[in-house]
Design a protein. Structure first.
Lengths: 339, 315
């Protein structure tokens, strides 16, 4: 309130005063500071439509954007021992955990789901960064193990989507043991001859980057996301030098041979489907194009897969008839039997 | 010898005994009885102190500069040790040393982090903090062990993998992940001992083993107490609290069923009786290797992986 608003009569005030705008309608891009309207931002999947900066995306929304519409279902992760260390810093871990569970409505920092992508069976294990910074304790490790077991059992591909600051300190050495555990999980899938893809999102660091996240068959990363082992501050304190400008970004890791593809969020589903299709459908009718019914507009780079558009359905049915998918599932279970 | 604060009363007593010994050799007065009495007192104090070390005190003992390091064990119990160098890719990392050698007659591949014991060697060994090359060399050596069908022994002593620009650039995370993966897949027996500090990913990179032991006063943790304190307490001054909360002592890890056993240290810690410590370690490692020999590679790998899968699961 300033002197002007104080002296204006109520009737006039109703005309002059700005209508109350709910704060959550607009938000600022943390990178370019451009104003973003919530509906437009949601449409752009939380990517700034001014500068292309990729903001975090809620984990459910992430899965919705990747799976075929209505195809996916969450897989329950068995419970692990609660607060095994009876850890307490300035606050008890038990309380912190309970509060976070209430706040996020989630048991822990991972969501495991099964579904299809362009009709192909896929299990996704995605981190929820809102749950204690996506830190990896026994529950998260268990999530990856369960995801891998399910993928092997059903002949599905596994896509891991880390978004994590690293190990869950409050679980001490138990969280450290999740590094070998999750690597074993990744290898179960690989040994079964199924694709194990890692989609690196912001951030992927510490014990998470130094385990399952860096042993994928193929590493895909979102533009600008932070990937690394040691934290920037720790490195700066150790070497006392300026760090390179794009240090530990997706692009930097690609330049240094650690990431195969840096893919904008809008094109992720299409890219993942292309990779899954190439690796799982060993053969397909040469006249058929991926995801789109009519072959003519399927030549473009990002636009090759029609996303959730209706065009894909016809192709899916035809594919099911030709039996391209079952052939692969069989080969996976054959391998399993041989092992 | 660098002094530990909590050892002060013991060291004072020991100094007094030494002084008295000097006096007794000079004079004709017989004070051997007095010396004997003090010696008993000193021993009792040492036993008492070391039987109830706090977590933070264990951190200090585990990092003690006179504690036997990797190369002390090599010198003390490995015959014909032949160090092998380089990752065949980028370079040689002296923070993680490894090679072929013989432990109590048995040919083995042995490797571990070396912290160094003076300024020169500490710099040469980068204070035991390995870079990607170190872990890639470890992978190479594990493959060699597989090729020659030799068991592997790893001795872990590191504050953690090195946090630097070059290390990140060359894929520190990937190197550690691959090294863990190799530990889990290697088709020969793998025995690991945490001999001092087991610092997070840099430690587990070579310690995902069939048998994991910790020396009595060693520590093994996901983060250093200082690092944990500065994040969760927002002050490194709370390192004591963090050390206790993290449950990083050998007893803690055994109770959590994350390790297979504790190797006892000589009275007053490994730094007081290096030779005895080296002998005890060699005997235990040899015993474990005997238990694991002869081996069926596939079965070994299956059991090792199952052991890790079961860790931290509800019973």
């Amino acid at each position: 309130m300033n002197w002007l608003t104080n002296f204006i009569r109520p009737k006039i005030r109703s005309i002059v005063e700005a209508k109350e705008i709910p704060d959550n309608l607009w938000q600022k891009c943390p990178s370019c500071e451009g104003m973003l309207f919530h509906r437009d931002l949601a449409e752009a999947m939380n990517v700034c439509y001014h500068c292309g900066h990729h903001m975090k995306v809620p984990v459910k929304q992430r899965l919705q954007s990747l799976f075929d519409e209505g195809s996916w279902k969450e897989i329950t992760v068995p419970r692990v021992p609660f607060d095994p260390l009876k850890f307490k810093d300035r606050k008890r871990y038990a309380d912190r955990l309970k509060e976070t569970r209430v706040k996020t409505g989630r048991e822990d920092a991972i969501l495991v789901a099964k579904g299809t992508m362009d009709g192909l069976p896929v299990v996704i294990a995605a981190f929820d960064f809102d749950f204690m910074g996506g830190s990896m304790g026994a529950a998260v490790g268990e999530g990856l193990v369960v995801a891998a077991e399910h993928a092997v059992k059903t002949g599905a591909a596994l896509i891991a989507i880390p978004a994590s600051g690293g190990a869950r300190m409050q679980e001490g050495a138990i969280s450290l043991m999740q590094m070998p555990r999750t690597i074993i999980a990744a290898n179960m899938v690989k040994d079964a001859g199924l694709p194990y893809l890692v989609l690196l999102t912001d951030p992927t660091t510490g014990g998470v980057s130094a385990s399952f996240a860096m042993v994928g068959d193929i590493h895909i990363a979102e533009p600008g996301c932070m990937i690394g082992f040691a934290g920037k501050r720790v490195i700066q304190e150790t070497i006392r030098e300026e760090l390179p400008p794009n240090f530990q970004t997706a692009e930097y890791l690609q330049e240094h041979g650690m990431v195969d593809l840096v893919v904008p969020r809008k094109e992720l589903r299409a890219t993942l489907i292309r990779l899954l299709d190439l690796s799982m459908r060993k053969m397909r009718d040469p006249r058929q194009r991926l995801g789109g019914g009519d072959g003519d507009n399927a030549g473009g780079k990002g636009g090759r897969v029609a996303g959730k558009s209706g065009g894909g359905i016809k192709a899916k049915i035809t594919r099911a008839k030709t039996g391209a998918k079952p052939a692969n599932v069989n080969s996976a279970s054959r391998k399993k039997k041989a092992a | 010898m660098s002094k530990l604060e909590f050892e002060k009363p013991i060291l004072e007593l020991e100094a007094k005994i030494a002084e008295l010994r000097n006096v007794s050799s000079d004079s004709t007065v017989n004070i051997s009885e007095e010396i004997g009495r003090l010696q008993i007192k000193a021993d009792r104090l040492l036993t008492q102190t070391y039987s109830k070390l706090t977590a933070q005190q264990k951190v200090l003992v585990a990092r003690h500069q006179d504690r036997p390091h990797f190369l002390d064990y090599i010198k003390g119990c490995i015959e014909d040790f032949t160090p092998l160098a380089g990752d065949r890719n980028f370079g040689e990392d002296q923070a993680l040393i490894g090679g072929l050698g013989r432990l109590m007659g048995r040919s083995v591949v042995i490797m571990g982090q070396e912290k160094g014991n003076d300024t020169d060697s500490r710099i040469r060994h980068n204070f035991g903090m390995a870079r990607p090359e170190g872990y890639r060399k470890a992978i190479r050596l594990m493959e060699l062990a597989e090729q020659y069908q030799l068991p592997i022994v790893t001795l872990v002593d590191t504050a953690g993998a090195y946090p630097g620009v070059g290390a990140e650039e060359r894929g520190q995370a990937e190197a550690i992940a691959r090294s863990i993966e190799k530990c889990l897949n290697v088709k020969v027996p793998l025995v690991s001992v945490i001999i001092g500090e087991g610092g997070s990913g840099g430690a587990i990179a070579i310690a995902s083993a069939d048998r994991i032991f910790m020396l009595e006063h060693s520590i093994y943790s996901v983060i250093s107490p200082e690092g944990c304190a500065s994040i969760l307490w927002r002050s490194a001054a709370n390192a004591n609290d963090a050390a206790a909360a993290l449950k990083m002592t050998a007893e803690d890890l055994l109770e959590l069923k994350l390790i297979d056993g504790i190797i006892p240290e000589p009275l007053g810690g490994a730094h007081r009786q290096k030779d005895e410590m080296i002998k005890t370690l060699a005997t235990q490692v040899n015993k474990s290797l005997s238990e694991l020999t002869p081996w069926d590679g596939a079965k070994l790998v299956r059991r090792r992986q199952q052991k890790f899968i079961d860790m931290g699961r509800a019973a």
